[in-house]
Design a protein around this ligand. Structure first.
Ligand code: HEM
Length: 367
């Protein structure tokens, strides 16, 4: 114990750890009315960590080459000690990440935390959302199964609908006219290097914005006198009299993380193939098109939107408008009120949008 104290003292003199811990942990105060929804961001950080770690372990045996990719994944599942566990954690984790991401987005939407001055928190989060979609799409191709091959063929094909640039874009994405070995090469580079590095940088920016503007006070219960707009200027104080991040809220974060881990591991151990259709177990065959090729559950609404319009360009444009609207929401919805029940227009649009998304997803699943 004495030795540990001396070691900490030694380090403290050089880099001032105690001061940083006091300022950022015990002295970092959060609103007293903070609720469980605010722990979703920490759960996402843990999921990102698990994805990076399991991904690095998979890289040891995975071979990014069209002739060997499927074989290498089969060998990870059957021969490599605990390879199945690492792969299942990575595959199930990617689906769970989207689920928690959606919960995080819904909570900031319903509590109005995206509103001024948190536009950058929202925008950096929105870019992270598109990056998570990108990392899932590129990861889907890597096992080089029938599902990988044909799902990527369908997904990249939709860019063909864009006038003039469409065919060039498709060829650029695929690296050739059809999905093939060059597509695997570029998707691999995007999946293991470019997108994760971009995500790490954006998570840093997201947390910086969070520190800069301060955590929002939940719109329920007692209002907070600080961290608010006053006469046109914004006050960046912390929440005096609030609860310390460490140990109080860190323990609440930890509770959410453990509940998440219990659910996640329950899927990994008891229903590991929950997110795997049967075409995921067959090697890619460019000559045999499977009867029903469906994207992952969170892309089903996009997939169905492309199908219901007579031409794909309309389907793509509708989606582009919806995404742009969502990205710019803090600049469109400028009212100060954050309580969901006191924002009837928002409530109708949000619940309507959610039901539409769910309806399209279910329709896409059964179509
Ligand atoms: C990998 C993805 C993400 C990570 C790791 C992450 C992490 C976090 C963390 C740790 C917080 C602080 C605690 C909290 O309120 O939960 C936070 C807050 C926030 N996030 Fe995210 N986030 C991600 C994605 C997103 C997305 C997709 C959006 C929305 C489009 C978003 C919007 C926000 C907003 C507006 C806040 C401020 C909330 C407040 O001050 O009350 N985030 N995020």
């Amino acid at each position: 114990m004495k030795l540990l104290k001396r070691l900490i003292d030694w380090i403290d003199v050089r880099i001032g750890v105690r001061e940083v811990a006091e300022k950022e942990l015990t002295g970092y105060l959060l609103p007293r009315t903070i609720n469980v929804w605010y722990s979703m961001g920490s759960v996402l950080l843990v999921i990102f960590g698990i994805q990076v770690l399991s991904g690095i372990l998979l890289l040891i045996y995975y071979v990014p080459d069209a002739d060997n990719a499927f074989k290498s994944v089969t060998s990870i599942m059957n021969d490599v000690p605990f390879g199945w566990l690492i792969r299942m954690c990575h595959a199930v984790g990617s689906n769970m990440m989207v689920l928690v991401l959606l919960l995080h987005m819904f909570s900031v939407l319903f509590m109005g935390s995206y509103k001024s001055p948190r536009e950058f928190n929202w925008l950096s989060g929105f870019i992270l959302f598109t990056m998570v979609q990108g990392i899932s799409l590129t990861g889907y191709l890597l096992p080089w199964s029938q599902l990988s091959f044909w799902a990527t063929t369908v997904a990249t094909n939709s860019a063909n609908a864009i006038p003039v640039a469409g065919p060039y874009l498709v060829e650029f994405l695929r690296g050739s006219k059809l999905v093939g070995p060059p597509t695997l090469g570029r998707f691999f580079a995007l999946h293991v290097a470019l997108i994760p590095l971009g995500m790490a940088a954006l998570i840093g920016a997201h947390l910086f914005f969070l520190k800069r503007t301060g955590v929002s006070t939940p719109p329920f219960g007692q209002a907070d006198s600080t961290n608010q707009w006053k006469g046109g200027s914004y006050q960046y104080e912390d929440h005096p009299g609030g609860i310390p991040f460490f140990p109080n809220y860190a323990l609440e974060d930890l509770r959410s993380v453990f509940i998440y881990l219990a659910l996640f591991l329950a899927v990994v151990f008891f229903d590991p193939y929950l997110f795997f259709p049967k075409d995921a177990f067959l090697p890619a065959n460019p000559l045999v098109t499977p009867a029903h090729i469906k994207p992952e559950w969170y892309f089903l609404a996009n997939y169905q939107t492309l199908k219901i319009f007579p031409n794909e360009l309309i389907g793509l444009s509708v989606q582009a408008v919806a995404m742009t609207f969502l990205a710019l929401l803090p600049f469109i919805d400028r009212g100060r009120e954050r309580h969901p029940l006191k924002r009837p227009l928002f409530l109708v649009c949000a619940i309507g949008g959610l039901l539409l998304w769910l309806g399209l997803s279910v329709w896409g699943h059964y179509s």
